[in-house]
Design a protein around this ligand. Structure first.
Ligand SMILES: [Zn+2]
Ligand SMILES: [Zn+2]
Length: 335
């Protein structure tokens, strides 16, 4: 019989199929992906084409050239210029669309993705995220910053080169607000941080753990909304990603590399979304806020049922997803 599980952090219900009609292997889409070259002359993000990706705001480089660049997004969803102004006319409320939208070019190599980068390089990607998140919050018009990554067609992007996006918005989205209030309510009721409690539960249970490093834990949530959906939690309680220390950045890179390589090799390079959810730098000492990363391999699609009810159907038990990923062996050459 299926089981309905409540995701305590998102407050979403999910129907978890436990009938074992589907095995983890059933979610592997044959890797029809093109094998990309290391360099593509028409790609605006490849080295040599910097004039096609102007507006650089940050770079990490060595003697051989740049390793990571952050640029203003040419197709920004918000306008960099102007003041934030709210207009309230009866039921019509609006804010003019000011904000910052940057692109982080994660690597100079056209064919490299997070799963195939070195841990040292991934640490520098994490460092870039931290620096840019700090910088965006310095803009007084910015209320909330989101870092995300779309990888592959099913994640919503045709772009092949590995890029991440950072958006500084003039408002705090409802979903972020609702989750923060939920964490606050849990703290009021129990005196504990909901994510710290989830972390210790998952460590004790062990059934859904995928990668446990010194400072981070990646696991499939108890009420995961889809197969192989993963959360990466920092073990140290902190309301903001901008508070991450240098040793924690390296450990996060190690955890992400391992977790993503398991997804890459186990599920044959699926499309995926990556979202970093964090409070503002001023939330560093919040007792109830706790930042984290969500990774969603796009192996199943939403149906009318999900759109109509806001409830999800996960056709694979989270324990099975985790067990499958734990057993994936990363080839020697890719470590
Ligand atoms: Zn490229
Ligand atoms: Zn916590």
């Amino acid at each position: 019989m299926p089981e309905l599980r409540l995701n305590m952090i998102t407050r979403e219900w999910v129907i978890v199929a436990k009938d074992k009609l589907k095995k983890p292997e059933n979610f592997i889409k044959p890797d029809g992906k093109r094998k990309h070259p290391a360099y593509l002359d028409i790609c605006p993000f490849c080295p040599g084409n910097e004039e096609k990706s102007p507006g650089e705001v940050y770079r990490i480089h060595d003697e051989s050239g740049w390793k990571i660049r952050a640029i203003l997004n040419k197709f920004s969803i918000l306008s960099q210029n102007g003041e934030r102004q709210r207009v309230n006319t009866g039921l019509k409320k609006s804010v003019n669309g000011v904000g910052i939208h940057e692109v982080v070019i994660d690597t100079p190599f056209h064919n490299q993705i997070m799963a195939t980068m070195t841990v040292d390089h991934l640490k520098e990607v994490v460092q870039t995220f931290k620096e840019r998140m700090f910088a965006l919050y310095e803009d007084p018009r910015v209320e909330y910053v989101i870092i995300f990554k779309n990888s592959g067609h099913d994640s919503g992007t045709p772009v092949e080169h590995s890029i991440s996006q950072i958006v500084g918005m003039p408002i705090t989205p409802l979903e972020v607000r609702a989750r923060t209030e939920n964490q606050m309510r849990f703290f009021d009721d129990t005196g504990e941080c909901l994510l710290c409690k989830t972390l210790s539960d998952e460590l004790n249970d062990g059934l859904r753990v995928v990668c446990n490093t010194d400072h981070f834990l990646s696991f499939v949530p108890y009420a995961a909304l889809s197969p192989f959906h993963l959360w990466v939690f920092p073990k140290r309680h902190s309301g903001t990603f901008t508070g991450i220390r240098s040793d924690e950045m390296w450990d996060l890179a190690l955890n992400l590399k391992t977790t993503m390589a398991k997804v890459y090799y186990g599920l044959e390079n699926p499309d995926f979304n990556f979202v970093l959810r964090s409070g503002r730098p001023s939330n560093c000492d919040s007792e109830y806020m706790h930042w984290y990363i969500s990774l969603v391999p796009r192996v199943s699609t939403l149906t009318g049922f999900e759109l109509g009810t806001g409830m999800f159907i996960n056709p694979l038990a989270p324990e099975e997803s985790a067990n499958f990923l734990r057993r994936v062996r990363i080839p020697e050459h890719a470590v």
